[in-house]
Design a protein around this ligand. Sequence first.
Ligand code: SDX
Length: 428
Amino acid sequence: MSENAKVNVKGNDYDFPLLEGTEQEVAIAIKKLRGSTSGVITLDPGFKNTGSCKSEITFLNGEEGVLRYRGYDIEELANKANFLEVAYLVIFGELPTKAELVKFEKEVNDKSFVNEEMKKIVDGFPRSAHPMGILSSMTSALTAFYPTPLDISSDEAIYKAVVRSLGKFPVLGAWAMRKRNGWPLGYTDSKMNYIENLLKLLFERPSETFEPNQKVVRALNKLLILHIDHEQNCSTSTVRLIGSSHAGLHASISGGVSALWGPLHGGANQAVLEMLEAIQKDGGDVEKYIAKAKDKNDPFRLMGFGHRVYKNFDPRARIIKSSADEVLAELGVDDPLLDIAMKLEKAALNDEYFKARKLYPNVDFYSGIIYRAMGIPVEMFTVMFAIGRLPGWIAQWVEMRKNNEPIGRPRQLYVGKTQRDFVSIEKR
Ligand code: SDX
């Protein structure tokens, strides 16, 4: 792009290059702003208008509700591919050949074995511990068992770290749930695929032979593909920021798990279910809760609604909503919370407050209904989000390191006390 952006600061004109991406998005490159203006910076709480990086992984168009991984529409990937196939695409940039996928799936499962010593760490948690806290801690603990820093110049070393992370992470997530249930901590089965093994890890009981329900396998495969990546969201930006100091991949992912836990982010899927249960308990009066969400004096928010980027329907929510009906019917589950969710959505989408602010259901609004129908406890919903998001975190971390991005270190606008002399304690 040839022309520049012109900025006038205190009577002085400055030119900054305009960059254009492959989807015609435009950015002002302000790398030289502070240096050329003797210290002027931009200020953008929440980075609502600020790009942190260039990326080739995921494209979102929030106005049109478009989501693509490496150029493929999410609708196609969710309906035509399996989770590890899309994980491979997002991480390595291309869809795998049949041979590459078979090798990848085998090596991920080979690496799913978690060192028995790690069970002692799980033992240390109280049964009441939230699974996201266990998952974040256990992910960071992987660094103790695999301390060698990842050589980012070696594709072989990256591949090994990728298959190890994808293999072990769901085991750690499932162990968090089994700890709460007082169940023995299990392992995968090399005869099962990734999603079947995830269900085995979650639900297998010592006294029974586990047989995955293929309807649940299909639904969970689609659900987790929808969660794989979402460009520079809060948890992914956290993973990138931690990794920018050259901290390890497991330490960076552990930070991403903690960021995702928040109810404004991935924790919303748990908060949505709790909200729907509260509305049900309160007689199902959705109008009352719509009014609460609009009341500025009421901290209540309609969880699962609104999005920083999507100012139209979240394409993932559309797919999840349609599969929620399907999954519940296939599983023979009649969940009154689904009816409440649909009433809530209809009321909100016809309300001026929500329409004016372009607040639509997001990925978290319906996903919990499906997880609940699968028998997954509500405290595990965000762990499921994390298991889905892991390939995206890995892909973004590897891209950031391969691009040799500088350590992330934002500036600030200081508004505190100006210089003043110390006052001895006798005079205070
Ligand atoms: C995820 O970024 C990603 O890509 C995230 C994610 C991913 O895949 O990684 O998509 C996953 O985190 C989805 C979002 C899950 N969170 C929730 O469902 C929590 C409820 N939603 C919100 O808290 C909110 O909508 C956010 C956090 C999602 C977005 O917040 P923003 O962009 O900072 O918007 P805002 O808080 O400035 O809100 C703008 C206006 C405000 O009203 P006014 O001050 O203009 O009058 O909209 C209102 C807000 O009060 N508003 C809501 C609302 N969300 C925004 N009002 C009621 N209910 C809500 N849910």
